[in-house]
Write a protein that binds this ligand. Structure first.
Ligand code: PLP
Length: 423
């Protein structure tokens, strides 16, 4: 194994197992010492401009003092209590606040600690919604090509199998239908035909609204969501929006569904919920869904309850993050970043290796004709002083919303320079 001159890296690395990584062949990862604003400080002295906001979480940049202060205060009074039989102010006021932001029709919040688990809970809610109403056969969740909803077993079966993260586990659980998104009347008719055949088996439709992140920032028109709402209503089934990536401003509105003018029955949130500080996720259900669990029968209760559910520190971080959406011009910043990304990445369209450039909100994507040598590309970005990692064939930028214009220009210039070199 290669070594560095950093003791904690050399001594600890033989004991760590990294995500999505062939540990034998991967080189040493970049050792982070600290973060500040939109920059990652490495232990070897290098400072990287962060193009990814840590898997789309750190929307206010790193180390925002308002979030730090809120968590510090909470730590002093109560870091955590179990959420079974006990409740606390940070969680209840956060639930109320989230429902206020989401608007009428999304009324009940179930907290978990990761995006995948919040999708698992959404799927359980949808299936038990039918079970509690005497339709136990409705166990299918229909999802869509290009979708990614997590890495747990339940969520793996609703991901697009071609995204390539879960090939090793195909067949372990019964496959679900993963369908093309209904972009037009023909697509809607296809979905209709399938539902006519299977309607009494289907509990819900599940989709990432507007942008399918892990598939390489694939973007679709808000009309797709209106079609899905129509189809769900026609068959009386539930509609789940997974806003784990898109929630909290990333696509230009606080939530992506607001651009379509339709509401889901269940919605999942995580990632930027705590401004990239502590793990927290939420599954938010409509009154219609909740009422199916409201019963004298104990077996009709939702059977889920993670140990760290509603963690008070994470709720305090989420409150502070939401404060910042109110006190600082986040959505205007996203709009400005959208313009800069469109200008800066637009120049990549002329490169022979580039198939398409897509921009929406604070998301910019350059899709290549062929999958690049990821390690070589990451190395080139590191040498350019930026933190950028491609997803399959897509090189993308999802900066913090507070990133100053010159820094966004530096990121897009680095993408253009690195892709010009590989072209
Ligand atoms: N759903 C979407 C849309 C995501 O982008 C992700 C993570 O990237 C997940 C679910 C899974 O979230 P987590 O990694 O927190 O389990």
């Amino acid at each position: 194994m290669t070594t560095s001159s950093i003791p904690w890296l050399d001594q600890g690395y033989p004991h760590i197992w990294l995500p999505y990584t062939q540990m034998k062949t991967a080189g040493l990862p970049a050792p982070v010492r600290a973060t500040r604003g939109c920059r990652i400080h490495l232990a070897d002295g290098r400072v990287l401009l962060d193009g990814l906001a840590s898997w789309w979480t750190a929307c206010h940049g790193y180390n925002h003092p308002h979030i730090a202060e809120s968590v510090r205060r909470q730590l002093e009074s109560m870091p955590h209590v179990m959420f079974g039989g006990l409740v606390h102010e940070p969680a209840l006021t956060l639930a109320q606040r989230l429902c206020g932001l989401l608007g009428p029709g999304l009324d009940r919040v179930f907290f978990t600690e990761s995006g995948s688990v919040s999708v698992e809970v959404a799927m359980k809610m949808a299936i038990q919604y039918w079970l509690n109403q005497g339709e136990p056969q409705r166990q299918r969740i229909l999802s869509f090509r290009g979708g990614y909803h997590g890495d747990t077993f339940g969520t793996m079966v609703v991901c697009d199998p071609d995204i390539g993260m879960h090939a090793a586990f195909q067949g372990v659980l019964p496959a679900q239908d993963v369908l093309p998104l209904p972009h037009d009347d023909q697509g809607e008719a296809l979905l209709d035909a399938l539902l006519q055949r299977q309607q009494d088996q289907v509990a819900a439709l599940l989709v990432e609204p507007l942008v399918q992140g892990a598939a390489g920032m694939q973007m679709h028109d808000p009309d797709v969501l209106r079609r899905l709402r129509r189809v769900a209503d026609r068959y009386g089934i539930l509609l789940i929006f997974d806003e784990i990536f898109t929630g909290f401003g990333r696509t230009g509105t606080l939530f992506a569904f607001q651009q379509a003018g339709v509401r889901p029955d269940i919605l999942t949130l995580s990632k930027a919920l705590t401004g990239g500080t502590l793990p927290l996720a939420a599954t938010v259900a409509s009154q219609r869904v909740f009422e199916a669990f409201w019963s004298d029968d104990p077996a009709h209760a939702l059977m889920h309850g993670p140990t760290y559910m509603g963690n008070a520190l994470a709720c305090a971080a989420a409150h502070a993050s939401l404060d910042l959406f109110g006190s600082e011009p986040r959505l205007a910043q996203v709009q400005a970043i959208e313009t800069l990304l469109a200008e800066g990445l637009g120049a990549c369209r002329d490169l022979p290796c580039v198939q398409a450039v897509r921009v929406k909100g604070a998301i910019g994507a350059v899709e290549l004709h062929r999958a690049p040598d990821r390690a070589a590309l990451c190395q080139a970005f590191l040498q350019a002083g930026v933190w950028v990692r491609p997803l399959g064939r897509t090189v993308y930028l999802t900066p913090a919303f507070v990133m100053p214009p010159d820094d966004v220009r530096q990121l897009t210039a680095a993408v253009l320079a690195v892709l010009s070199a590989v072209s």
